[in-house]
Design a protein around this ligand. Structure first.
Ligand SMILES: [Zn+2]
Length: 115
């Protein structure tokens, strides 16, 4: 279950940010995490890992919001640009597989709400 280690590193980053806030806040209310579509992450596992790991930390009882980041592609054949599904790595316009993929591998803490 690699969601556990992913969640741990996100939480570490969040707690680090939390400690930098002045004046010191009481606790973390909410975290927003961006996860790319290409990441093999099960949101359910991530949520349960989060609930477990935040126990006895300033983030205990806080909410985890998971935002999915789409897979973006640019077609070398026809110059089409846009979002593609992870099930089909081809240009939706000309069906060429000559595409450049950007995005989809994101994994970072986007924002933090504190009290
Ligand atoms: Zn194309």
């Amino acid at each position: 279950m690699h969601e556990l280690s992913i969640c741990q590193s996100i939480l570490d980053t969040a707690l680090e940010e939390f400690r930098k806030v002045e004046p010191p806040p009481n606790r973390i209310l909410k975290m927003r995490v961006v996860v790319g579509e290409l990441r093999q992450i099960a949101p359910d596992f991530l949520q349960s890992a989060y609930a477990m790991l935040t126990e006895d930390t300033p983030a205990e009882g806080s909410e985890l919001e998971i935002a999915r980041a789409a897979i973006m592609a640019k077609c070398d054949a026809c110059d089409w640009e846009g979002e593609i599904p992870k099930t089909d790595f081809r240009c939706p316009e000309c069906k060429s597989s000559d595409i450049q993929v950007s995005g989809g591998m994101e994994l970072y803490l986007d924002s933090l709400e504190v009290e």
